[in-house]
Design a protein around this ligand. Structure first.
Ligand SMILES: [Zn+2]
Length: 257
């Protein structure tokens, strides 16, 4: 049993008893972990807004052996996730985007597997979602690709996975989901299931891979580009997750900007 301190984002809340919750955090120091927050459901509880979904804060917890719930002792809010504010017309979409990010962090990472780059990526993304000048679709696609890259499962977008041919300007490709790559026209076969993707989308995906969240947020995509790029990123994410993310159904880029 040891007392630990961490910078952490709340990525999940679950009721535990009449007054307590189990909070799942994604922290800079320890990666993902859950802790029991006693009294968290009381109106004037000891942790206040620090345990709202996607709040970022300084926390102190008692770490227990694997299989035993950790115990939260302190939580102090440092940054509140507030995308619904004056100057932002698609605040609700940004709120849903935040929920989607929380689901991916929870689903694609392991307990106590420290990954400070993923924490920094997540905090930059939450900041971008709260910044009026940043576009939601490019931010989210950048996050999906970066998370896949940091966990080592980003599809290879450099060329055809079978013949090695580079991506041609006028070509159409198929995203070969199970092998994490692209297939050119010559190499595609009926039995390799995957969705079609244009060279233009591959270029955008490459551009959004690497680079900072802030830069990605300045990229303005047409609804059609956003839809095509997001579809490929989601099929890669769903393959790793073993299912489609549940919060995805609220995240429709086509009717927004
Ligand atoms: Zn090929």
């Amino acid at each position: 049993m040891s007392l630990e301190k961490a910078n952490a984002i709340v990525i999940r809340q679950a009721d535990f008893s009449e007054s307590s919750r189990v909070i799942t955090f994604f922290s800079r120091e320890f990666g993902k972990f859950s802790a029991l927050a006693k009294g968290a459901k009381r109106l004037k509880g000891p942790f206040d807004a620090a345990l709202d979904l996607l709040s970022e804060g300084r926390i102190v917890f008692i770490r227990r052996p694997a299989g035993v719930l950790n115990l939260l002792t302190e939580a102090r809010l440092t940054t509140r996730f507030q995308p619904q504010q004056p100057g932002i017309s698609d605040g609700l979409l940004r709120m849903y985007a935040g929920c989607y990010v929380a689901e991916l962090l929870n689903g694609l990472t392991e307990d106590f597997d420290a990954a400070p780059e993923i924490f920094d990526l997540a905090t930059a993304l939450l900041l971008g979602l709260s910044t009026p000048e940043c576009h939601v679709s490019a931010l989210i696609i950048h996050f999906e690709l970066s998370l896949l890259q940091l966990t080592g499962v980003l599809p290879d977008l450099s060329g055809c996975a079978v013949c090695g041919g580079s991506v041609e300007p006028s070509g159409r490709y198929v995203h070969w989901v199970s092998q994490g790559g692209l297939l050119c026209q010559n190499c595609r076969r009926e039995e390799y299931s995957g969705s079609s993707v244009s060279t233009g989308a591959v270029e955008i995906l490459r551009r959004l891979t690497g680079g900072t969240t802030d830069l990605a947020g300045r990229v303005r995509l047409t609804p059609a580009q956003a839809e095509e790029c997001h579809r490929l990123a989601v099929s890669a994410v769903s393959h790793i997750l073993g299912r489609r993310p549940q919060t995805l159904r609220y995240l429709q880029f086509s009717s927004h900007h």
